[in-house]
Design a protein. Sequence first.
Length: 152
Amino acid sequence: MIKFVSKNEFVFPSQKPYITILFKVIEDMGHGMKKINSVNQKLLGEEIDFGIFFGFGITVAIDEALKNAIEHGNKNDAMKKVTLEYKLTNDTLSITVKDEGEGFDYNNLPEVVADEDSGRGLLLIRNFMDEVNFNEKGNEINMIKYRKKGEN
């Protein structure tokens, strides 16, 4: 079986158009992984479904984390940078987003109000990812998705 490990880091200005470019890169990587899956299936009868890594929920989680870093962390200051790192293996997808902002107290988040237009990002991230952790300062989020939920 082909063992797959891909690591990348992207550093970009706090401007939303860069999010679209990063999603194209991630999408292309997903297509490559599906080809690896096809080879594993044909040669070894071993199927690894990479689709879970690139579905709707993962896209939403990454999008929310990047928007939060730009809007709330860096306050839309294009002079400040956002860093997106990911590590993808046969079994896990780990994504870290970091901004240059002051951070926030992730232990004391306000209640999410259903009829407000904002405030749901972290709720969505926590629902779509298997693990969500922050650095002490609160300006870095690490999100992990397992190929098979519950497996490390």
